[in-house]
Design a protein around this ligand. Structure first.
Ligand SMILES: Nc1ncnc2c1ncn2[C@@H]1O[C@H](COP(=O)(O)OP(=O)(O)OP(=O)(O)O)[C@@H](O)[C@H]1O
Length: 241
């Protein structure tokens, strides 16, 4: 059965710096299945974040196509693309971009309020999302009153409130100590295993990278290797690329 959810076909990305063209991603081909947890690893400057941004439809490729099932996302006009992102995708970044003057609950409610969901429904869903990441006791705290790991869990709750199909995370444990980083890794793995959310993440954290069932090694903008992680609890014996 073909259950590929995201299909990347011959994607390139270049940036123009003055008269120079920087070829950051070259001829990327990739398939990511429904429910998969995938990590993208590689040296600094290899193109990991650039690839994640393209996969998450935050930026457009210079060439090639990205399909979500049968939707060619970059053929969508800007407003439709934004709507597509809001409906299907959640983002978690190293620097969580929480709004400092709002409580954890209000930060998590925000994506639903932007979509004009009623305040009472948004509140109820935000409570559930914060419970999901183990922060039910901190709903009234503002970001400055939370630890780094707690702030990151609020960011994850905000990313899952729309019940996205896929979560993109760029260095989600990047500025956290080892133990707090493990808690965040546990939260992401649980969302994948218990709720079937696809998780696609960029990380320099070896432990987190190896909890994914597929590890994409990028080198100088090219896929060097796609490693199927036999040790991942989700890897099935009969999986193929
Ligand atoms: N908007 C941009 N304009 C010009 N060059 C860019 C832009 N974004 C990224 N680059 C360049 O593309 C290359 C890849 O960047 P990217 O952020 O994808 O790397 P990375 O693998 O995520 O690195 P790191 O592990 O250090 O975060 C870098 O050399 C970077 O300078």
């Amino acid at each position: 059965m073909n259950n590929s959810y995201i299909r990347v076909e011959g994607v390139n990305k270049s940036f123009q710096i003055g008269t120079e063209t920087l070829h950051v991603l070259k001829n990327i081909h990739l398939t990511i299945r429904s429910g998969e947890m995938v990590s993208i690893v590689g040296a600094s400057g290899a193109g990991k974040s650039t690839l994640l941004h393209l996969l998450g439809a935050l930026d457009r490729p210079s060439g090639g196509k990205i399909y979500y099932q049968d939707i060619n996302v970059f053929e969508l006009e800007e407003a439709k693309l934004a709507q597509f992102r809001n409906t299907h995708i959640g983002f978690v970044f190293q620097f969580h971009h929480l709004l400092p003057e709002f409580t954890a609950l209000e930060n998590v409610m925000m994506p639903l309020l932007i979509r004009r969901v009623s305040k009472s429904v948004a509140k109820e869903k935000a409570h559930i999302a914060l419970q999901e990441v183990g922060l039910q006791a901190r709903v009234r705290h503002k970001p400055g009153e939370l630890s780094g790991g707690e702030q990151q869990r609020v960011a994850i709750a905000r990313a899952i409130i729309n019940e996205p199909t896929v979560i993109f995370a760029d260095e989600p444990t990047g500025n956290l100590d080892t133990k707090t980083g493990e808690t965040i890794s546990d939260v992401l793995c649980r969302l994948n295993q218990e709720h079937g959310m696809m998780i696609i993440l960029v990380t320099h954290n070896e432990n987190l990278a190896h909890r994914a069932e597929k590890i994409i090694h990028l080198r100088d903008g090219e896929i060097e290797q796609i490693e199927i992680n036999k040790n991942s609890s989700r890897t099935e014996d009969n999986r193929s690329l």
